[in-house]
Design a binder for this molecule. Structure first.
Ligand SMILES: Nc1nc2c(ncn2[C@@H]2O[C@H](COP(=O)(O)OP(=O)(O)OP(=O)(O)O)[C@@H](O)[C@H]2O)c(=O)[nH]1
Ligand SMILES: [Mg+2]
Length: 603
């Protein structure tokens, strides 16, 4: 038997799913958190049943891929739990009435019941049941209220016969229902309501956005550095090092097995960054260098997600982007990408057209370094000066803007306006934020450790077989002439396909100059996504579009890497290079308009 959780986006389906199954799935305060269905098991009356968390949809006429997934699945359901946001009854009922026309047993969960009471909304449940002809249960998924009553109805199998209505008939019926069952007694504006308005208006929204982003960045660095300095590095030095040194001696300090497990000793000592053995660098990078930043980033992200601030940031940036001729694609996939590019590549499913998906995925893949890579960039460049970190991120931001410009102008078609629902601001539930952090941390470890160890193994084999030397001879001249990098950096670029943090780690022994480190960090981000992201992108974009995206990546790498190499002199960008940059932006801004005007004239 299976039970489907269906409803509009952002109504708490995933939160309910977590409650019912005990499985943890991500829930956030914006539409489109779930883009693929998730199935979980639950014990019920000595039986094990399937609970399915369906992506949110506004209607049964899907407008994007996430919604299509939802609609295709209905006929398989034994019971649908239609989850409603009770604070938004009118909009939610549209889907409810459509679902009632399907011949599947259904019950209604009136979620957000806690907020209903807060906001002075009164809903007459008995009347609503009467109108809909199905059981209606008030619930609060985050607090866990009403869940038991819901479960008691799992054997509900009555199917109400409804004639299908036209859209107009449906809306007029909804109007009637809402008027009958709901009374609103609104008691003025709270400070959250006021903040909601301020965060969207450009004049106040922009300073708020800058403040939020800078503060987030500061906190992430503070937590990340704190964990590294006071927890992970001391642990590796004090506890792990003696064990490894003991093992090293046991293995005779050299030989094949020793080099594979421990790696090369530097002045008779293990160097966790440079030894490159499975048990040294292979464990040190993910646990000691990257994990602290993963924790820091996902803590802040999870918090921001649940406040409902991210969609506001999207709308704000969309407005700004429009001014420079860019069209709106959600900024949310980009922000998710700073954690890991894989979920970001999935999140573009909520965008409407293939064109928008292509632009958003490509931009994300070329200009957003994931947290694993960022942690290593911060480690590598932060030791010189913070300003070099900003050079890398600044360069990538410019790449994002210029590539966005170009793709938007060069690809046929136009992007539709960003239609994003803005949820209310809420104070996040700490339990849920911590739980989400935990899920993401585990999934980082599950993904990172195997790839990392495989990577270290392959690096050792490639060194042994001389593969890197061969590649250095073939591609070395390009690295040297275009990017000003030593030949040996090719090994890092090759391994970057497996994991970017591994690749960054391989740069450490090369003793690069600051300038070379900046260039390497930039091109390691741009040139290609890691294999995990690559696989998702092929699936999401299709093979042909992925080929196109790859072409964009390779061209951008050459152009940007070359530009930085030429423009970065004596510890910073030269004034001339700023002029060139401004020139390029102006050129792109105005050139395509001429083309468009000609088209208009010729029609
Ligand atoms: N106050 C309150 N918050 C809730 C309740 N249910 C869910 N939330 C919060 O509402 C937000 C949305 O919940 P999700 O479970 O992600 O919603 P969803 O329906 O799965 O959304 P999509 O996957 O985007 O379709 C999260 O921040 C939840 O913590 C509730 O009953 N009361
Ligand atoms: Mg969900």
């Amino acid at each position: 038997m299976n039970v489907f959780l269906m409803g509009n986006p952002n109504v708490g389906k995933s939160a309910l799913f977590s409650r019912l199954t005990g499985t943890n799935v991500t829930s956030s305060n914006y539409a489109g958190t779930t883009v693929e269905y998730t199935a979980g098991k639950m014990e019920w009356q000595d039986d094990v049943i399937d609970i399915i968390d369906v992506p949110g949809t506004y209607s049964l006429d899907p407008t994007n891929q996430a919604e299509e997934v939802a609609v295709e699945m209905i006929s398989d359901a034994d019971l649908i739990i239609n989850v409603l946001d009770a604070t938004n009854l009118e909009r939610n009922l549209n889907l409810t009435l459509q679902l009632l026309e399907q011949d599947v047993p259904m019950i209604v969960a009136l979620n957000f019941w806690d907020e209903v009471q807060h906001r002075g909304i009164e809903i007459d449940i008995d009347k609503l049941e009467e109108y809909l002809g199905v059981p209606v249960i008030p619930t609060s998924a985050t607090k866990g209220n009403g869940i038991r009553n819901l479960i008691e109805l799992f054997d509900y199998r009555k199917v109400t016969q409804y004639d299908s209505r036209t859209t107009e008939e449906r809306w007029s019926e909804i109007g009637k229902i809402v008027e009958e069952v709901q009374a609103i007694d609104y008691d003025g504006h709270s400070w959250l309501d006021r903040l909601e308005d301020l965060s969207i208006k450009p004049l106040t929204g922009l300073p708020i956005a800058i403040f939020v982003l800078l503060l987030s960045f500061k906190i992430i660095r503070f937590i990340g550095e704190g964990l590294i300095g006071y927890v992970t590095e001391p642990f590796f030095e004090v506890v792990y090092r003696p064990v490894i040194m003991w093992l090293s001696e046991l293995l005779g300090s050299q030989g094949f097995i020793h080099d594979l497990l421990i790696g090369q000793l530097v002045e008779g000592q293990v160097d966790f960054e440079q030894s490159f053995g499975l048990l040294t660098t292979g464990i040190f990078i993910p646990f000691a260098a990257v994990l602290p930043y993963i924790i820091a980033f996902y803590f802040i992200l999870g918090f921001l997600e649940d406040t409902g601030y991210l969609p506001r940031l999207s709308v704000l940036s969309d407005n700004l982007m429009h001014k420079v001729g860019l069209h709106g694609f959600s900024i949310i996939p980009m922000i998710l990408g700073f954690g890991c590019n894989v979920p970001a590549a999935l999140a573009v499913r909520t965008l409407e057209s293939r064109r928008e998906k292509f632009i958003a995925s490509t931009l994300m893949a070329i200009s957003v370094p994931c947290m694993s890579q960022t942690a290593m960039i911060v480690g590598l460049l932060g030791s010189y000066s913070n300003k070099y970190i900003w050079y890398v991120f600044g360069t990538l931001a410019v790449v994002w803007i210029i590539a966005g410009f170009l793709l938007n102008k060069l690809l046929p078609g136009f992007s539709s306006d960003l239609l994003l629902e803005i949820p209310p601001l809420r104070i996040p539930n700490p339990g849920i934020v911590v739980k989400k952090l935990w899920i993401r941390m585990l999934s980082f470890l599950r993904e990172a450790i195997p790839f990392m160890l495989a990577g270290v193994l392959i690096v050792n084999i490639f060194y042994f077989l001389g593969v890197f030397d061969l590649m250095a001879v073939i591609l070395g001249p390009v690295l040297d002439k275009v990017f000003g990098l030593p030949q040996e950096a090719i090994s890092a670029l090759l391994m970057g396909f497996l994991r970017k943090d591994l690749a960054m780690g391989m740069l450490v022994p090369l003793d690069l100059t600051v300038k070379q480190s900046v260039i390497a960090s930039v091109i390691l981000t741009i040139y290609f996504p890691c294999v995990a992201t690559f696989m998702v992108l092929i699936r999401e974009l299709g093979f042909v579009d992925m080929l196109k995206a790859t072409a964009v990546m390779l061209i951008s790498t050459l152009v940007v890497g070359g530009f930085v190499n030429f423009a970065f002199q004596g510890g910073g960008f030269t004034p001339q290079s700023w002029l060139v940059l401004v020139g390029i932006v102006l050129l792109i801004r105005f050139l395509p308009n001429i083309v468009e005007n000609e088209e208009v004239n010729s029609v």
